[in-house]
Structures are given as C-alpha cells and as structure tokens.
Design a protein around this ligand. Structure first.
Ligand code: NAP
Length: 267
C-alpha cells in the first residue's frame, strides 16, 4: 500500500481547538493524518473525520504505539482503544513510536505483535518511527522484506539523515519525514527564499517539493488555513538540479527531536 505524500502532523492538536485544527486541514485538502497514542488526540481525530463527512476510504490514518504499550498484550489492547477513539475498524498504518521498551517488553516481540495486528485486520500496514539502521535490519530480519511499510524519521534541510535513508532504501523501506519544515524555520532561510523566488513558490513548498523529489512522504503541521492549502500545492512543484543541489548544501546535521528518555543510539 503506498504511503501518502502529505500527512498532517497532529501533535498538540487537542480538545476543541485541536479538533477544529484537524477539521480545517481536512477542509484544506489533507487526506492523511498522523497521530500517536501519547498525543492523546485520537478521539479528536475521530470526531473531526466524522464531522468532515469525507468517506473513510478517502482518508489515511496513521497512529504511533506509545512506549508504555510495547508489550504484546498491551499493544493489541491499546490498538483496540485507538480504533475506538479514531472511530475506525482498521487503522491504515500503525507504527512503533520509539524503539524503547520498558518492563519485559522487547522490540522483537513488539514488532511481532504489530504483525499479528495486521494479520487480524486491525491495521492495514505496519511501520516504525525513529528506527536506526541496525534496528531496521533487525525488523526486516524478523518480519521479512516488505513487511515494514515505512520508517518515520526526522528529515528537513538542516538534518537530511542521508545514511538512514540510504539504508532504508536498500532494505526496501519507504521513508517518511517528520518536522519537514524544521518547525517553520525554513520560511526565513535566505537560500530557500531565493529558490522560492526563482521558482515562483513559497519556501515551504520548496522544502516539501525537495522532500517529495527525494522520494519521501512528509509530515507537517500548521494551524493556518493559507499555509495548509499552499503546502499541498507543493505536489505540482518540480525543483531543478540547481535547486536540489542548493537544498543538499543546507545540511548541518541539526537534529531537533532528541528526547533523552526515548532516543536510541542514533547513527
Ligand atoms: N514520529 C515521531 O517521533 C515524531 C516526532 C516529532 C514530530 N512528529 C510529527 O511531525 C509533525 C510535525 O512536526 P512540527 O509541527 O514540529 O514540525 P513542522 O511541520 O516542521 O513545523 C510546523 C511549523 O511550521 C509552520 N509552517 C507550516 N507551514 C508553513 C508555511 N507554509 N510557511 C511558514 N511556516 C509554516 C507552522 O506554523 P503555522 O501554524 O503558523 O503555519 C508550524 O509552526 C508532528 O505534529 C508529529 O505528527 C513525529
């Protein structure tokens, strides 16, 4: 199953404001939603989806399993709660949020439980987030080629994560980039602004088109209607070789997401 190019990242979209922000993104054309059990907003997503009246088969809903739910019995039970909250029988994509285990859980058993969830029809596809090269190998060795639909990792112009992407590609794992807009910092970048001006686009569109040209799906968030609508139009933007080279030159290995309690031994 192909992973959609544009996910709305929903971290922080909680309560009635959160539900409105999700609904607004659906109205602006987003059809893929990314959440996590720890974001505590799966019911807001469920309500926004129902309110939007968009047929379920036109939407793609992804959720990330919380670290506390990595033990196999907890993982499966938590997915049932997620399905209830998301008001869906089958989640499109379920990912392990962080390769961290507590108590007697192990990564291998969590991956096997995810595979079981897919076999039981609780989720159409399974994936991972924040997996290192070694962990991706471990997952493919365990579940076989093609089982892991995507690895969702931080990628933006200042943190291009090339080694992990290359290994994922070699292993047949699609890459999804999160924080693709570097939390909005790309909007004031002179190099990106120059490319945007030359190609008659916005800086965010340039960055999204760059990520898409590299073959990634993207997770981004915005609370503004105009940004949401403009960002989706990056699908029609093609960067030329000069722009791609300029974007590649922005790498400065600046990781933005590195929670001490969750981060693995990064590559
Ligand atoms: N799997 C994981 O471990 C993990 C970790 C972190 C994040 N994520 C996912 O990634 C999602 C996105 O993360 P994020 O929101 O921190 O990063 P982001 O999408 O890179 O940046 C969001 C910021 O960009 C701004 N923005 C959006 N469109 C813009 C535009 N056209 N022009 C100028 N600014 C623009 C937004 O401001 P406005 O609201 O003003 O537009 C917002 O402040 C999260 O919600 C979550 O779903 C996953």
């Amino acid at each position: 199953m192909p992973i959609p190019p544009f996910f709305l990242g929903t971290f922080g979209m909680k309560g009635s404001d959160g539900r409105r922000a999700i609904l607004q993104a659906l109205e602006c054309g987003f059809r893929a939603l990314d959440t996590g059990q720890v974001y505590d907003n799966e019911s807001e997503i469920g309500h926004a989806v129902v309110e939007s009246a968009i047929p379920r088969d036109q939407l793609f809903i992804a959720t990330n399993i919380a670290v506390d739910n990595m033990a196999p019995d907890r993982l499966l039970a938590s997915l049932d709660r997620s399905r209830d909250d998301l008001q869906t029988d089958c989640i499109d994509l379920t990912l392990i949020h962080w390769p961290v285990v507590r108590g007697d859980a192990t990564i291998c058993r969590a991956l096997e439980a995810l595979a079981l969830a897919r076999q039981r029809g609780l989720t159409r596809a399974i994936g991972v987030s924040n997996f290192t090269i070694a962990l991706m190998h471990q997952a493919v060795d365990l579940l076989g080629p093609g089982a892991i639909a995507t690895n969702q990792i931080e990628i933006h112009p200042y943190f291009q994560n090339r080694k992990v992407v290359e290994s994922a590609t070699a292993l047949g794992i699609h890459t999804t980039s999160f924080k693709t807009l570097a939390k909005g910092r790309i909007a004031s970048d002179p190099t990106i602004q120059r490319i945007a001006q030359r190609l008659q686009a916005t800086p965010a569109q340039v960055v999204l088109a760059w990520a898409l040209a590299l073959g990634h799906s993207t997770v981004t968030s915005s609370l503004r209607r105009e940004h949401l609508a403009l960002n989706l139009r990056a699908a029609a933007l093609r960067l030329d070789a000069e722009a791609m080279a300029d974007m590649a030159g922005l790498e400065r290995h600046e990781r933005l997401t590195n929670p001490a309690a969750l981060a693995p031994a990064w590559d």
